[in-house]
Ligand binder design. Sequence first.
Ligand code: UDX
Length: 439
Amino acid sequence: MKITVIGLGYLGATHAIAMAELGHDVIGIEANPQRLSDLQNGKVPFYEPGLPEALVSVLAKGNIVFKADHDSESLEADLHFLCVGTPQLPGSYAANTEYLHSAVQALAPYLREDAVVAGKSTVPVGTSAELALALQAATGNRPHLVWNPEFLREGTALEDSLRPDRIVIGVNDEHSETVMRKVYESITDLGTPFIVTDIPTAELVKVAANSFLATKISFINAMAEIAEVSGADAVQLAQAIGYDERIGNKFLRNGIGFGGGCLPKDIRAFMARADELGVGSAVDFLADIDAINLRRRSRVVDLVTQELGDLTGKKVTVLGAAFKPDSDDLRDSPAIAVAQLLQAAGANVVVHDPISLDQVNLNYPALATEQDLMVAATDADALVLATEWREYREADPAVLAAVVANALIIDGRNALAVERWQNAGWRLIALGRNVEASI
Ligand code: UDX
């Protein structure tokens, strides 16, 4: 099929490349000139394993092109995917849907009457109805607008797009459903569930899923708070409850909590939208989910202070800057927040990360960075593991112990082999655990 993908950020770029991999003829539209020229030159503008190779391959096959704007070729497209961002509005919890509105205005002159428009961006429920009205006003036709939420995770984005665990489509008309079934045929042929709903349900699926995931993480972090004062172990607790299939063992890793471009923003936008709909109290609990999550960041500072006393002039090396491993995304990163809190408490903070230090230098110039792990750790009074990169999990604790001033490490992700570090002479404090007691 001939399709356009509008907005080539994380979601759009991955989706465009995945669609081209499936054999569709893809036109990617991106307004940001740097991002556009990167993609045209075969460069993925963010770190995502496997995606650069896939981009080079689809460019070589000739089934993807990137443009700044629509042109007459867009009129040939049977389907247009809307993938622009819906960031949190400054000074508010609500999502900003202005880029979606601009995208449909720009598309309107190039929209064939039978072409389908599929929204993939994460939106407040009701957005699709507003966009349909805008499109109808601009084209004079009733648009074939569907909602098709995207569940990809950073770090496994291409795999999640090519082999999703489900495809959800919110539709109003049969023609749109037929077109959507066709575009995903090679995926559903493998047995992937294809769920057809009304449009508001499809809009809600994404925020509901992300709210549930955030709730799971904050639940185990709340248990970690209890564990820390009662001598219990939240890691063992998660394992023990996770064997119950109704609970499941995924997304129960306690630590410094969730961050990134989705979970924090989505739960806040959900609260704002529910308020507008007059049912804010239905999701009031999400405010607690957010608060528990943010508390875990300050817990790290309390622990370092408890161990070292006044932090003024103490060197604390923060291991990790990205919001999770295999990503260079710093949006709402718990690791960055911890580094900033430690710095605000007077510590001399040095941040290390295997791939995202350029972004740290650009966006957080007040934070000192060091790209060599051994140099970053030299003379440190404490290390804080904030992102569970493999490089840290596999680091030799004896080698690190030899260069630090004080062998203290706070494991903010419960990622380290406790005994190995203790045997190398480290005092290790793991969030939600009483690991001293186990030796
Ligand atoms: C998330 C959703 O998983 C995905 O379906 C959606 O499309 C976009 O939002 P992503 O933001 O890539 O994906 O990250 P995810 O893997 O969900 O992790 C989110 C955050 O939660 C990370 O900061 C991670 O470190 C943290 N996390 C995750 C925990 O603290 N504990 C866990 O058990 C799992």
